[in-house]
Design a binder for this molecule. Structure first.
Ligand SMILES: [Zn+2]
Length: 238
């Protein structure tokens, strides 16, 4: 599998998945804007085979209508979403099966940031939208601390080597918070150095890995709902 980051807005990543490098068929995750997708697909003469949506927010969905008009592809996403463009509604425990591309993802309900939020796990990759970020997690707009903590627990149990493709480049700000929340954590200091180096070169800091997140992510490491809630409230005003 081959994955490319398409940048949108200030700090969104739209992940473009191909079964192999230069494969003609592409799957897009959370195309909040159509223009960068059209540009990249046309530039390489690729075809859009499917869209995966993690949750209803506009910066993850606003490009869908225009892309579907051109490519007429299926749109996978949460069955309980307020976003109306989903043609393949999914529940926790379902899978996204694309046999012609030899690709399959497991659907994991991860409410907390929003109530409809889904994450997709397969082929050693996790597309987790705004649930889990490098050294951080999304804001708790709709869910409860119990839901969000449980969602992070589910993701933490995936294999350590899983590559985590989050939807935003928030890594440096998240690492500043992680350094405050976990003073003296050497893994956080090392991650800050690594991410600064990547960002200085204009490169994405993502994907991260679960093994890395278990070391540097205070939200993933929170061992109780109350600890998660305390951190989330602190980060909201940090
Ligand atoms: Zn969001």
């Amino acid at each position: 599998m081959f994955i490319t980051a398409l940048s949108a807005f200030d700090d969104n990543y739209i992940w473009a998945i191909q079964p192999a490098a230069n494969a003609n068929q592409v799957i897009l995750v959370d195309p909040g804007a159509a223009a960068p997708c059209h540009h990249w697909l046309n530039q390489h003469n690729y075809q859009l085979a499917a869209i995966l949506i993690t949750h209803h927010h506009w910066d993850h969905t606003d490009g869908v209508k225009q892309l579907v008009q051109q490519w007429n592809c299926p749109v996978y996403g949460p069955a309980n979403s307020s976003f109306t463009g989903i043609t393949k509604p999914l529940h926790h425990g379902d899978s996204v099966d694309l046999p012609e591309l030899k690709l399959q993802w497991q659907v994991i309900a991860t409410p907390g940031h929003t109530l409809d939020h889904l994450s997709y796990f397969g082929h050693g990759t996790l597309f987790c939208g705004d649930t889990l970020f490098l050294a951080g997690c999304g804001r708790m707009f709709e869910g409860t601390p119990e839901q969000f903590h449980q969602s992070l627990r589910l993701l933490a149990e995936l294999p350590a080597e899983t590559r985590v493709y989050a939807a935003h480049e928030y890594s440096l700000a998240n690492l500043r918070f992680a350094a405050a929340a976990m003073p003296g954590n050497a893994a956080v200091a090392a991650a800050q150095k690594r991410v600064e180096g990547l960002r200085d070169q204009g490169l994405p800091s993502l994907p991260t890995t679960l093994i890395e997140e278990r070391a540097i992510n205070p939200f993933l490491r929170a061992d109780s709902v109350s600890e998660f809630h305390r951190l989330r409230q602190w980060k909201d005003r940090f």
